[in-house]
Design a binder for this molecule. Structure first.
Ligand code: HAM
Length: 429
């Protein structure tokens, strides 16, 4: 085994797989633009307080999953971003973009870091794509965010996804509900684990998110947040559902869905994939009107958004055979050297073809002609251009169509003309 391995929970993406990533990213860019979302890129690290304030100090992410460090002995703690929403809101507030235009529709694809126990579909460095709609959080806006997410999934061809949705109400609704939860959990106090006891004091809603089976059993009998929603909150939620129904988006209402981050209010949602096993959440999000104030903004910024795990999207696509049609782009021309001594001339020809925009391969390892031809076929090159000593003197090259095996003798100018005539030189295969 080599001495150095990738850090546990991080992985390499080799060319075959990066072609899949590029394809998925292309679909995300296209669909985002259909909905008028523009790309934002924020730093991979932020001051630690941003996440403590934004995501909530009683969440698992802030409590135990952040990679934080001190850049210098007297510096402020910095954290590798565990999610994007807080950073995007920080950027929007810092640049004050909402004063110039009240609504901003932003999307991103980026790397995240969480100190979780690595397993299939769960890494310490992973990627998300997501979108944040800032400045308005009407049911139409929230439905737009969900629809955008579902259209990306649909355009990728993903099947068997489950969209679960819930309303967390407004802060008054949650205040009443928190009191009800405290009353409910009080008699179970001795059966609660340490983190649930702490959560009972600070934020009882988080207990609903516990992964401990013993706690889940107690949670099963807890009151439902839905029963504590005001009439206005219920109406808001129903309007979101109405838009989804109108668009043929299937959902299930899940009264226990609270999500793992504290900034949500009203609509929250999660999508799971039956292909993924234990880590089955492929994406999630919701409305977060309170985040901007939490980050020190003097006024509220109504907002909603979602993020989906790129690795989990790719894993699902792989399992559903959705990459089968993705064949790598081979070279248009393979420049074949009949003798190794002609390499310099061959290099010059290859360079001229590449300058003219033709994907061109040439052997750099002085291999036999047979090996070069094998390579050309393996790479599915469309044409072979032969460099022999006669070619070098006359400037006329044997040029072979590798599909029909027809061969002609042409000057380099005539080769380029032929390639441009046959739709950038690629043959119908
Ligand atoms: P989240 O549910 O924490 O939400 O993460 C979204 C998605 O990221 C998950 O559904 C999952 O697919 C993927 N994910 C999370 N952790 C890992 C991991 N360790 N390894 C692989 N994939 C992972 C958020 O991050 C919110 N910022 C979403 C949002 C945007 N809400 C509003 N706007």
């Amino acid at each position: 085994m080599p001495q150095y391995q990738a850090v546990k929970g991080a992985r390499d993406i080799f060319p075959e797989e990066s072609a899949q990533w590029k394809y998925v990213e292309g679909v995300i860019h296209t669909v985002a633009s259909l909905y008028g979302f523009s790309e934002i890129r924020t730093p991979v690290f932020e001051y630690t307080e941003l996440f403590q304030r934004g995501i909530g100090s009683t969440t698992d992410i802030v409590g135990k999953e952040m990679f934080s460090f001190l850049p210098d002995p007297n510096g402020r703690s910095i954290t590798l971003r565990p999610e994007m929403t807080a950073g995007v809101m920080r950027a929007a507030l810092q640049k004050n973009i909402l004063s110039a235009a009240p609504v901003h529709k932003l999307y991103y694809i980026g790397e995240l870091f969480r100190k979780e126990r690595p397993q299939a579909g769960r890494q310490r460095q992973f990627s998300q794509f997501g979108a944040e709609l800032l400045g308005v959080s009407t049911p139409a806006a929230v439905a737009e965010v969900i629809t955008l997410m579902m259209q990306v999934f649909e355009s990728l061809g993903l099947r068997n996804l489950r969209l679960r949705i819930n309303s967390l109400g407004d802060s008054d609704d949650r205040f009443r509900y928190r009191e009800a939860l405290k009353t409910y959990f009080a008699p179970f106090h001795d059966r609660l684990d340490d983190s649930s006891k702490e959560r009972l004091e600070k934020n009882p809603l988080r207990i609903l998110d516990s992964k401990n089976p013993a706690i889940q059993e107690i949670v099963a009998g807890a009151p439902r947040l839905y029963d504590y929603l005001s009439v206005a909150s219920v109406e808001d939620f129903e309007k979101v559902l109405y838009y989804l129904q109108e668009r043929g988006i299937t959902y299930e209402i899940d009264h226990r869905l609270v999500r793992g981050l504290d900034y949500y209010c009203h609509t929250a949602f999660e999508v799971t994939s039956s292909e993924l096993g234990a880590q089955d959440a492929i994406g999630g999000g919701g409305r977060y009107d309170g985040l901007a104030r939490e980050l020190g903004s003097s006024s509220e910024v109504p907002a909603s958004g979602f993020a989906a795990g790129m690795e989990r999207v790719l894993l699902t696509m792989e399992k559903q055979g959705l990459f089968a049609a993705l064949t790598p782009q081979g070279p248009v021309v393979y420049v074949v050297l009949q003798q190794a001594e002609l390499a310099d001339h061959g290099m010059q020809v290859a360079w001229r073809l590449r300058k003219a925009g033709i994907r061109t391969e040439i052997d750099l390892a002085a291999r036999s002609m047979k090996a070069q031809m094998r390579d050309a076929n393996r790479m599915r090159a469309s044409w072979a251009l032969f460099i022999g000593s006669a070619e070098v003197t006359t400037g006329l090259y044997a040029f072979k169509n590798l599909v029909t095996s027809e061969q002609t003798t042409l000057s380099l100018e005539a080769v380029l003309e032929t390639l441009h005539e046959t739709a950038s030189g690629e043959l119908q295969k």
